[in-house]
Design a protein around this ligand. Structure first.
Ligand code: 6GU
Length: 249
């Protein structure tokens, strides 16, 4: 997958993309990440990227020209390489659709993504109307800019790509893929400060362990995020278990 990110702060991406699964995925050529400075697509002497809002009010608005030109330049490179495949152009903004695991899965199916990081008080509306194909928000709070949101989106998408995680960890078992929060995990020592690991996990009985973990996942989801259970993919037995747990509590 090729990911092009447009930003006014390219240096923000240096840390995350040079460590951990990103670095591994880049080194193994599973992803190619290009960071573009929007300022490089200005033509005036002072490299102006923003301007006052028409109609007045505090705060600057990102100008349309450098953003259009940056996207068009990236698009023409991509078209030369592989023709007319569908190319999402995503604006990161608090006004976008709320990011979730399902959107991560949807985005992981494309061979290219273009992400535009909004800044300041806003982006000229013509960028929204005539350039971007999608707008994403990562939650109901306001960040200084779309950069951290872009990193969140890229992290969630990249770990779904084949070969990015080691074979030992499957993204199919994740919370939010199963629709349930994860069960409690333990490692050695089996007793720490008098707190023992649940017996069943030491039993070697894999069927019992799987059953315990599944029940714990349901219990934890019921306690912490009950609204997830309505959407989770559960069978009759599991629904009955939930009903019993709900009555007991
Ligand atoms: Cl994508 N951008 C900004 N500036 N704030 C946000 C956000 C994005 N998602 C949640 N808050």
């Amino acid at each position: 997958m090729q990911i092009d990110i447009l930003t006014l702060f390219p240096q923000m991406f240096q840390g995350p993309f040079s460590t951990g699964i990103f670095k591994r995925a880049i080194d193994r050529r599973l992803i190619q990440v290009n960071i573009h400075n929007i300022r490089d697509y200005t033509h005036d002497k002072s490299h102006t990227v923003d301007d006052y809002a028409y109609g007045g009010g505090a705060g600057m608005v990102l100008k349309p020209e450098p953003i259009f030109e940056a996207v068009e330049s990236i698009k023409s490179d991509i078209c030369l390489k592989e023709g007319g495949s569908e190319l999402p152009i995503i604006l990161l903004t608090p006004q976008g659709r709320l990011f979730c695991q399902q959107i991560a899965q949807e985005l992981s199916r494309y061979s290219h993504l273009i992400l535009i990081c909004g800044r300041y008080e806003g982006v000229d509306e013509r960028v929204r109307e005539h350039l971007v194909t999608d707008e994403i928000s990562i939650g109901d709070y306001v960040l200084g800019g779309g950069e951290l949101a872009a990193m969140v989106v890229v992290d969630a998408v990249v770990r779904l790509l084949p070969g990015v995680l080691g074979s030992e960890a499957s993204p199919l078992d994740d919370s939010y893929t199963t629709g349930l929060l994860e069960y409690p995990q333990y490692t050695r020592p089996d007793v720490y400060r008098g707190w023992a690991v649940p017996e069943v996990l030491l039993s070697g009985n894999h069927a019992q362990i799987a059953k315990w973990r599944h029940e714990q996942a349901i219990l934890r989801t019921l306690k912490r995020r009950p609204e997830l259970l309505d959407k989770a993919n559960l069978g009759l037995e599991e629904r009955q278990l939930i009903e019993r747990l709900r009555k007991d509590s």
